[in-house]
Design a protein around this ligand. Sequence first.
Ligand code: ADP
Length: 482
Amino acid sequence: MSDFSSLMKQANYIGGKWVGADSGKTLDVTNPATGEVIGTVPDCGAAETDRAIAAAAEAFATYSRTDLSFRVDLLHKLVQALLDNQEPLARLLTAEQGKPLAEARGEIAIGAAYVRWFAEEIRRAKGEIVPSPTSDRRLLVTRHPVGVVGAITPWNFPSSMLARKLGPALAAGCTMVIKPAEATPFSGLAWAKLAEDVGFPPGVINVVTGSPAAIGGAIMASPDVRKVTFTGSTRVGKLLIRQSADTVKKVSMELGGNAPFLVFDDADLEAAVQGAMISKFRNMGQTCVCTNRFYIQSGIHDAFVERLKEAVGELKLGEGTRQGVTQGPLINEAAVQKVESFIADATKKGGTIVKGGGRSDLGGTFFEPTIITGANGSMNFTREEIFGPLAAIYRFGEEKEAIEAANATAYGLAAYAYTRDVGRIFRLNEELEYGLIGINSGLITTVEAPFGGLKESGLGNEGGSQGLEDYLELKYVCMAGI
Ligand code: ADP
């Protein structure tokens, strides 16, 4: 089945009911590949969000006390529902986001894998009995669900970014108020529909669409929301951290990146080009772990650029549902203009366009995959996240120089390096100020490992056993007089 109409809910899910905005207003959702409106979602604000928080708080009282086996079973049913509906979910994702269907299918699969991982991991979330300094006491450390969780998700991975939040939250016994991104709300709403179908109780999951500032503001202001998990821009992340202060909420932040990709003279050239392609052009360059700066050592520089040009020449642009397409449109006109301004700035400062360089003949927001050589530290993309299909190539001489340049940013999410020198690999592990480091791989995200940024790229981790910890609170109990 590939028709997604039954999964495309044009309503919000609050307290177990599908509802519209109080005002009756809606927002259009468009397909970025065609500009067509594919549907509408409610334009909600603070009042509807407060009701969703109240529903989540009421549900928390019972859901947090359900049997562990009940929650684990429900999560496994949700995994199965996601996999059973992989094709329509992927088509819905491509329709609202634009990514090639193969990538969309992969995103649904990894989303299901995250939920499965946390359904397994919660069964091992053990407490501790700590040796007491005196023999009349027993000291226990126990774990408890943190409470109602607010989850704010981005448009670039509207399904799998939700999975990394929803999986651990529901496994731990938390309830949720979810705010999907305005460009891509249907994927998150589809999760709520499947969760309803498999039997999650009313109020456990609530999804509200509409004004980001109003919905976000209500979530941040509520004392009932004990934790907020956010994936998005550093700008909005900083705003939410500030807003979290008044109610001292726990926050997890997956923010922007500025990933360096280092290729040393001793690298396997073919592997480096392959890794460069996936780390740069996946999702049209619109991921927070996408390479922003390629640092290539002098001895391998020219060969790397030649091979990268050939590989970029093989990319196929088009609507994500078409056979063989590897590059869809960018999310919107603003994203295109941002890439254009980076290119204009770089060429003015001495950069050379060796591939692409402008809008595609396909029109709309399709953009040619682009390579610029001769990049230098004065260019805007050295500091700012590109979030588009533009590869900026810097040349370097010594290892130390490359590491210093790689670290010269406020961000610290992903970094990549290609080398066959084991000593250097350990130096990179120690010196690179990044939370995620890919050695001889341009694609390293996996459910088993923690995903999180250093510096201004974020707080906390998603995935791995660490991804559960943020949803559990510790209590220490001292039992005396024993
Ligand atoms: P991007 O620039 O990639 O769109 P954003 O940080 O703007 O990243 O968006 C990520 C998520 O944050 C989206 O769901 C968006 O609606 C939401 N968002 C944007 N502004 C706010 C805000 N003031 N409060 C809460 N959420 C917001």
